[in-house]
Design a protein around this ligand. Sequence first.
Ligand code: PEP
Ligand code: MG
Length: 584
Amino acid sequence: MPRRKLLRGLPISSGIVLGHARVLLPGEVRVAEVPVTAVQVKDQVSDLERAVAQTISELKDLRDSAGKMIGGPVAKVFDAQLMIAGDYEFLNKVKERISIRKRNAGFVYNELIQETVRPLSKSPDPYLRQMVQDIRAVSDRVLSQLAGYKQKSTIRFSPGTILVGKSFTPGDILAYRNRKAAGFIVGEGGRSSHMALIARSLMAPVTLVERCWRFVPDDCRLIIDGTSGIAIISPTDSEWTEYQQRKKRQGPAAITRIKKLQQIPPRTSDGVPVTIAANLELPGPVDDVLSSRDFPIGLYRTEFLYLEKEKFPAEEEQFEFYRRVAETYGQNEVTLRTFDLGSDKIKSNGPGSHEDNPALGWRGIRAMLDMTDIFKAQIRAMMRASVHGNFRIILPMISDVSEVDRAKKLISQVVLDLRRKKLPYDPEVPVGIMVEVPSAALMADALARKVDFISIGSNDLTQYTLSVDRTNARVAGLYHTLHPSVLHLIKMTVDACSRHMKEVSICGEIAGDPLALPLFVGMGVTHLSMNPARIFDACRLVTKIDTNLVRLLVASVLASGTTAQVKRKLESFREALDNRNAFS
Ligand code: PEP
Ligand code: MG
């Protein structure tokens, strides 16, 4: 049996799988060079046309199947591949070269693909890198057809199969998921790739571990946790049991259990209501569960509207999407976040657009204040859709008071224009900000005066406070959301909001952490927004909390000097809470 090994990777799509590895070796499609006669050229061209037609038909099937399984806009990621497959200019070049060079269709097609992809794959531009992945996904299909490979297998994987591979296309994820693959470890492709969008829509757990296909042994026992980005090769029995428990609490079943909750919002044992809301980043099956139980959406990340097509959608397209959200959630509050994109995700704007450190660069509100037309189009679409539901708007990555002033001015311009044109909108839509940069937490008093509400983004607040890149697996071990410095900044923000009587919520991952939740209630936070898979447990936990007791916990935890001390105190509080409830 292979030795136990813990791999710290990056979280791509939430969920836990306990199973075994099936390593798919990267199959560079090799195409032999075969000379053809002038007479055979015609046959080669027809073979090419047939292969392309078959590829287009497969991709359309995938798009339809994605549309049925996840519905709505996410299935559009296949449109990019369909456009590439049907690029007639490119195909004409292939045909021309077949007849000039007198070589087989597969060889010439592959040669031209390599010539196209080579310069693009060296580019630091994420848009071009995504394009390379899409081109490869298409060309692999065309070349497989030309090589006469049989249709890909439809046989189901055995339960618990975790596929390990260099890269997976969105179509692979969809097809393998249909064949009951339980989860994936991928070697390439970030959280905002098309593959990741599809995986999250399908709730397929995915962890990214660089070069995984080289060292994860085939058929080994394996655990992956797509929420934390961890994978364990040959886990110990106690790890296996621990992750079995976690899986029960966090899997899709945890979302379905939401339906069984008694009281929403839950109340603490001494009667204080605590609003538990959901973080969403894509439309999907979870919408039905949440809306049927009247859960608010505390954070709707809207970036996927850009990422699925790598271009900013027009106002009208956005309006249609927000209107659907509004209609789904009715009078339940939905907090829509304006685009939080940066140079690492936005298609290159020409020379100089590459940044060595995108997290500290042109991101979130900074980018939107530079691209005011895009910002205003998004606000207009949200405002117009607001009459169909109960919206709030939240601005990400605020690091200075002046950004709030400028953003609010642009929002007023949009509102004025809507009023002038007599277009309907809700004039009461609250505008708030995310506090996720230490400077914002330190200036929370000044910021709270200017906005209707604040939501604390602990994911970024942790990364910026501790100087730990949240997307870098090498420093993942230093990323401590319970670090005392982060907790102090959260407390400062909460206190500032309470002084100015503004609602404050927490919407980073930490909001759903059962260890941290009592602490936040102790600080006076009564709005928490989290991954839907955490909601059931969070609601149950709230009912066990006595606000008088958790208030005492705050001073003790904030006096800690290290994360380890914080954890110890929170763990012993949790134990006492469980015992107390067991005996009451
Ligand atoms: C955060 O930073 O905590 C947050 C909720 O935003 P995101 O994870 O989308 O950056
Ligand atoms: Mg953030």
